[in-house]
Design a protein around this ligand. Sequence first.
Ligand SMILES: [Zn+2]
Length: 421
Amino acid sequence: MVIQSIGRLEYIRGLKCRECGREYPPTKIYTCEECFGPLDVTYNYDSIELDRKSFEKRPKTVWRYFELLPVQNKRKIVDLGAGYTILHKCDRLAEVFGLRRLYIKNDTVNPTYSFKDRPATVAVSKALEFRAKAVGCASTGNLAAATAAHAAKVGLPCYVFIPANIELNKILQATIYGARIVAVNGTYDDANRLAAQASEAYDWSFVNINIRPYYVEGSKTLAFEICEQLGWQAPDHVIVPMASGALLCAIWRGFKEFQRLNLISDLKTRITGAQPSGCSPITNAYKDNTFDVKPIEHPSTIAKSLAIGDPGDGFYALNAIRESGGVGESVTDIEILNAIQLLAKTEGIFAEPAGGVTVAVLKKLVELGEISPDEEVVCCVTGNGFKAAETILDHIPEPFVIEPNLESLEKIIRQGDIKNE
Ligand SMILES: [Zn+2]
């Protein structure tokens, strides 16, 4: 089925059910009418002519990969500059871990300081293409901020649905970008359900609900950039944090697309999923050698952005991990906090707890011998530490308090508390 796209570029083929394979035109549908399976965007790969040179003069944002993103009308693109973040070569951290080639994909420097700007730029652009009257999401954290900022750029109203018992500081960033916060008396599930109803009742595009198939495509640009930044090669190993599992699936899909288009020659990448041990339904299933992802009823972790007890893409993430020969691993809150500090002290990157999770999992896998010193490893750090400042503040060393004279300073230097080097 080839979809006519009213005279525009026809890179998008349509939507396809991941379960039964039924195809649909690229409309606002988001679950399969036959089997309720999730829908994925498909592309007319034969009409996409890209080689490495194609990218030389393109913008340094996710939109350099326009043909592989599900927006047909370039004039609808809402671009705050998300993506093409630095692939940071970690010499000091590599030395600590005994690795030769280690990189951090540093998504702390996106416009709203997390990787969620990638799917948000795609989703808000797609919402404009669909002529939505408003956008929104049911989220408190990174997604709310990213959606609100992109909506602000085009003056589209943005509605953020949250449970009423959430503290105000969690939605500070979204509010400042002009989002209207709707606090629902109920749980997260209640807020989500109401958002889904509102999306149908008022023709609003909720980025992670009724335009989710398009939204998730933005995240695969992480894989494209990693390949391009490594000189058009996929790395040996990528470590990705998992909440719903959608990010890991998107990155895996990105590597496969680049291989399919011959932009990289081989794909031998192992993809590893990282979770906090207070909410690790996917890594638990990995370790139990099953595909049956058992929900966690009461997630308890400092990595709030990963605290999804019943991960929608858990099964598919496990599939990608196993297919690639990767690993599922989890780490404790203390390991996460230590990793945040280690990354900051050795490389100058301040990660939110989800980023601490990937670095802590890397450390654990090196210690367990699951990652060899020769592997080229990329660790995804998906958000900025300032987002979780309160959580981290309790775990940093106290300042030295001294009198305002050299004698007092000398004293702490002599004691070896601080070094005079
Ligand atoms: Zn289906």
